[in-house]
Write a protein that binds this ligand. Structure first.
Ligand code: ATP
Length: 230
């Protein structure tokens, strides 16, 4: 569904990504784990088209989108949930939700969004800036789903959130997966990662150094946590 080949990106002289290749199949949840500065956020930004100076190729559902700008990628089914969540503080929950144009036959019309995210229904007139961190994360996920995303690029959605909210986010991602949505998830919470994801890539200094399944992540949890500095 999403295929990244030979991705490279630099900040001045420093290499942020070096020949990164990975793929996420339809309905698959795949995590990207790595230490701070490993290049995870840069990779998601490249996939979304937010860095024009990258090298390599990006394809979505078999179609090369390397030259497509972000709004076109969004229309083709790519949804980016940045680590700061990108909520408009002064707009209401409903305005935040309906700002991006919905795909003509979005599987997630507003009624369905409100069923899946009751907290957003209850707060639909609230300003986005007044929501809790967990509610903002829900809103950011709901917004890209409503816009018709078939592949989600999520940057640390559980960071700083209470365990009960982390669990709810897991349920939402699993629900999206059941409807065929694919997810590339930056995630440092390995235990959470191994409950929602099918596979994992370990990124170090801008390179994919290992590809792991859930059994390996669970077996090597202590070693991986120590490596990640957690
Ligand atoms: P974190 O979890 O800390 O966000 P990350 O794995 O997402 O880490 P990136 O943010 O993609 O990593 O950063 C990759 C590398 O690029 C790091 O060495 C970082 O210091 C560097 N970098 C990121 N943004 C910039 C920038 N705007 N200018 C210069 N260097 C940057």
């Amino acid at each position: 569904m999403l295929e990244i080949k030979g991705l490279g990106a630099r900040y001045g002289e420093a290499t942020a990504l070096d020949e990164v290749s990975l793929h996420v199949d339809e309905g698959e949840v795949v995590t990207l784990v790595g230490r701070n500065g490993a290049g995870k956020t840069t990779l998601l930004r490249c996939a979304m088209g937010l860095r024009r100076d990258m090298t390599g190729r990006v394809a979505l559902a078999g179609r090369d989108i390397t030259a497509a700008p972000p709004h076109r990628r969004a229309r083709l089914g790519l949804g980016y949930v940045p680590d700061d969540r990108g909520i408009y503080a002064g707009l209401s929950v409903e305005e935040n939700l309906t700002l991006p144009p919905a795909a003509p036959r979005s599987a997630w019309p507003l009624t369905r969004i409100y069923e899946a995210f009751p907290v957003l229904a209850a707060r639909r007139r609230f300003p986005g800036g007044k929501l809790s961190g967990g509610e903002q994360q829900m809103l950011a996920l709901a917004r890209v789903l409503r816009a018709g995303a078939r592949v989600l690029l999520c940057d640390e959605p559980t960071e700083g959130l209470a365990p009960v909210i982390v669990q709810q986010i897991g349920e939402i991602l699993r629900g999206a997966k059941e409807h065929g949505v694919s997810v590339l998830l930056v995630e440092q919470n390995l235990r959470f990662a191994s409950t929602v994801a099918d596979r994992h890539y370990l990124l170090a200094q801008g390179r994919v150094v290992e590809s792991l399944d859930n059994t390996e992540v669970r077996r090597r949890e202590g070693e991986l946590l120590a490596y990640l500095g957690l």
